[in-house]
Design a protein. Structure first.
Length: 648
């Protein structure tokens, strides 16, 4: 019998594996050593004991701790080894998302590791590709032996033992036993089954061809035997009887019925293995179909998800493109404040609010920086009110307790606007101090502690002219101090954050001046400027029990040196800061301190902004900015006067 068609009754699956005899190891010895491994950005590179064995790379904290188990391992079958482009001692090993960053002691050490890793991988690949189906060895295996665990085992086991044990596994278990197998392994099984099936078909075909040849030869032999029998004559014995000699024909007949070409083939065994092979093919094919159906469902879900994601991205892209087109034109005149502005009221409000928020952030940063500078360079204790400004008070002290204060009674200098100033002061003292709590025309819009802000809605020709009135109480300051810092332009930039620049156009008297100031632009609103006369007065009380009143009134005027320009919209204002000081008697013979002071403030503002800003935007900005201004200014006065002599 031939070697590939022989019987083997004592073989087993282990006989097909390469044996490892004592002293003769199969493969390559392990390779180990110390490498630096990147742990994290806190601990950086740490020395680790790395072991390369059986195509697996493992690392331990140190060589002494190998008995406690490895801290991590990588299979090098599908690993990607990348020597670093610039660092000659570093190599990166990645498997899917897992990456090990390793550094050797020197470039030669790194080359040794790379060569060892490649050697292990090449030997592993050689084992996987070695062999195939060597022949058909029919051995009845035990049912417990299951043959197809991986692609390498398929290529290594080529006998009918593996085939039969695999089919017995199909009969004992369901197709769920293949859930852990990938489609690639199943396809590899199909290739193995195909090779086995081709050989079995060839064997059976030889058997059937031999049978067909034997039958045709048998018919010819029979015909020849019959002819020979008819031609033979009987032999005559000595006793006169006839003897027939049929031994030759029987030998020829039985010889023709046993063809020599099929002596080495067991038809029954080949039929059983052929049936087992086809059953294995059908089972594996069924499993492949199940895998493909599941993957099709999975890919369909992923496709649907990606299509939905793409739809959302396209919508976002279109929306962003439209917004970009809008913003590209926002710098043009059609989108600025004007009678034919293309920007709607909501967009106008959002843009103004965003610009004001940016200004607030800048203001906070500036205030923080000023505070830091003041702490680093404290003001000398002898500092008093500044007398370097353009407008001074008299050098006559107010009382013996404060000889350094520069105050005097408000002068009554006459200038060309004296009549207008007297009229404005009279109107404010008559109407601005009236209580508005019970007036239905005034609406309380803001209330924060002692501060209350009222508004009366008034429009003329579509322009908002809402008068605003605010009342506030501030401790530790006098009315004179509040009006002093509000009127004197020396301190204007310290507390006024909405002004871009200003200058005194004309000084009318010691307590009156014409001021021109430009306010910061808040896009998309047009920039505003204001030209106004600012005057400060002290109003003596008619009753000695009533407090005196300090007043600063600012109202718009015209001047040849500050004519309106096309760059700004000229706003008209009529503003008054009215302050009264209340003093609570100190205990005993103590002198009056700032703890005994309370300033009652009434702030009135009538502003005609001009231009074409929407009414809702103007009202929202006024509601937001007026309380903020009043709190900022009064806090500034408190900080400025803290620790200084009182200015009554």
């Amino acid at each position: 019998m031939s070697d590939n068609q022989s019987w083997n009754s004592s073989g087993s699956e282990e006989d097909l594996e390469p044996r490892e005899e004592p002293g003769h190891p199969v493969g390559i010895a392990e390779f180990s050593g110390v490498l630096s491994k990147w742990t994290n950005y806190i601990h950086g590179w740490q020395d680790r004991w790395v072991v390369l064995k059986n195509n697996t790379l493992s690392y331990y904290k140190s060589q002494d701790e190998t008995e406690y188990g490895c801290r991590g391992s990588l299979c090098l079958t599908k690993a990607v080894i990348t020597p670093h482009e610039f660092d000659e001692c570093r190599l990166d090993i990645s498997v899917n998302d897992s990456v090990w960053y390793l550094r050797a002691q020197d470039p030669e050490h790194r080359h040794q590791w790379i060569d060892s890793i490649e050697l292990h991988r090449s030997i592993r690949e050689g084992r996987r590709d070695k062999g195939g189906v060597q022949g058909t060895i029919i051995i009845p295996p035990p049912l417990a032996d299951s043959g197809y665990g991986s692609e390498s085992s398929l290529r290594r086991h080529g006998s009918m033992l593996s085939l039969t044990s695999a089919t017995s596994g199909y009969s004992a278990t369901s197709t769920s036993s293949f859930k852990g197998h990938s489609l690639r392994e199943k396809l590899a099984e199909m290739e193995t089954f195909r090779d086995i099936l081709c050989r079995q078909v060839d064997t059976l075909q030889k058997y059937f061809d031999s049978c067909a040849d034997g039958v045709s030869k048998d018919e010819l032999q029979r015909d020849k035997i019959v002819e020979d029998d008819e031609d033979d004559f009987p032999n005559t014995r000595t006793d006169g009887e006839f003897l027939h000699n049929n031994n030759g024909s029987k030998e020829k007949l039985f010889q023709s019925l046993s063809p020599k070409g099929i002596n080495g083939i067991d038809f029954k065994g080949e039929a059983i293995t052929f049936k087992a092979t086809t059953a294995g093919i059908l089972a594996t094919l069924s499993h492949c179909i199940d895998l493909m159906v599941k993957r099709e469902d999975s890919w369909q879900k992923r496709l649907d998800k990606e299509m939905e994601k793409r739809r959302r991205i396209e919508e976002s892209y279109k929306s962003a493109l439209n917004e970009l087109k809008k913003k590209s034109h926002f710098g043009g005149p059609d989108y600025e404040e004007g009678p034919n502005s293309l920007i709607n009221e909501d967009e106008f409000f959002d843009a103004v609010e965003a610009a004001l928020d940016r200004q607030d952030k800048i203001e906070e940063q500036c205030q923080t920086e000023k505070t830091r500078i003041q702490r680093s360079s404290p003001v000398p204790p002898g500092d008093v009110y500044s007398s370097t400004g353009t407008h001074r008070f008299s050098d006559k002290p107010h009382s013996q307790s404060s000889p350094a204060l520069i105050v005097r009674a408000p002068p009554h200098d006459v200038h060309r606007f004296s009549a207008e100033v007297e009229e404005m002061v009279h109107n404010h003292m008559t109407y601005s101090l009236q209580d508005v709590g019970g007036d239905a025309n005034w609406q309380l819009v803001v209330e924060e502690g002692e501060m209350k802000v009222y508004r009366r809605e008034v429009e003329e020709n579509g322009i908002v002219l809402d008068p605003l009135k605010a009342t506030h109480s501030v401790k530790g300051v006098t009315g004179h101090e509040v009006c002093h810092y509000f009127w004197d332009t020396t301190y204007r930039n310290d507390w006024e954050t909405t002004i871009e620049n200003f200058n005194v156009v004309e000084t009318l008297s010691d307590n009156a001046a014409i001021v021109y100031q430009t306010h910061k632009r808040v896009w998309p609103a047009s920039q505003r400027d204001v030209l106004y006369l600012s005057a400060m007065r002290k109003i003596l009380a008619n009753n000695e029990n009533d407090p005196d009143t300090w007043l600063v009134c600012n109202f718009s005027v015209d001047h040849d040196d500050a004519q309106p320009t096309n760059r700004c919209v000229r706003a008209k204002i009529n503003i008054a800061m009215i302050c009264q000081t209340l003093v609570s008697p100190p205990e005993g013979d103590k002198e009056i301190s700032r703890d005994n002071l309370l300033c009652k403030i009434t702030y009135v503002a009538n502003v005609n902004p001009g231009g074409w800003a929407p009414a809702s935007v103007l009202r929202a900005v006024a509601k937001r900015e007026y309380p903020k201004f009043l709190k900022r200014f009064t806090s500034y006065v408190q900080e400025k006067t803290a620790g200084k002599p009182i200015l009554f």
